[in-house]
Design a protein around this ligand. Structure first.
Ligand SMILES: [Zn+2]
Length: 164
């Protein structure tokens, strides 16, 4: 996806996640949106740094980058939600490009899905909004069924390390 779609996805996701997590975090919805939104937007913009440094959709579009951003909050007690931005960037690039991304870099073989649309497609914005809605649905389900803590870095780290 292009930068505008990543920003639109991150901002809507931030508002939704903030509102959904606010009660559990004892925050007003407004402060919760800032608390989760700043890290999510930072995470959503980070991977495309590899357009300038490294190889695009390889160097910073992979499992290792995601792991670093899940581990960072645990070591530095900061940016607990930044990994959500990284992950949603990958999802949008999987569905919003034809070429996919090198999820298992330095193995440079790109992972892609057959239903992806091209970045320049007129459907790209629609795909972005559909992905965002789907992601918010997942977040809503997690919160509704008491798994909201998985969205914060230590929770997802345990899940991630038991998967990989
Ligand atoms: Zn990207």
């Amino acid at each position: 996806m292009n930068k505008a779609d990543h920003v639109i996805n991150a901002v809507i996701l931030s508002i939704g996640v903030g509102v959904l997590l606010a009660p559990g975090m004892n925050q007003s919805p407004y402060s919760a949106i800032i608390l989760v939104g700043v890290p999510i937007v930072i995470g959503a913009l980070f991977p495309d740094i590899d357009t300038e440094f490294g190889t695009h959709r390889e160097t910073f579009h992979n499992i290792v980058t995601l792991a670093v951003f899940i581990a960072f909050p645990i070591y530095f007690e900061n940016l607990f939600f930044v990994w959500i931005g990284i992950l949603t960037h990958y999802v949008l690039d999987l569905l919003g490009t034809k070429g996919g991304l090198a999820l298992f870099y330095p193995v440079t073989k790109h992972v892609s899905v057959p239903v992806g649309v091209n970045v320049d497609s007129s459907l790209a914005r629609l795909v972005t909004l559909a992905v965002t809605a789907f992601e918010l649905g997942v977040v809503w389900l997690l919160v509704e069924y008491g798994y909201g803590s998985l969205l914060r870095a230590p929770g997802v780290w345990n899940l991630f390390t038991s998967t990989f």
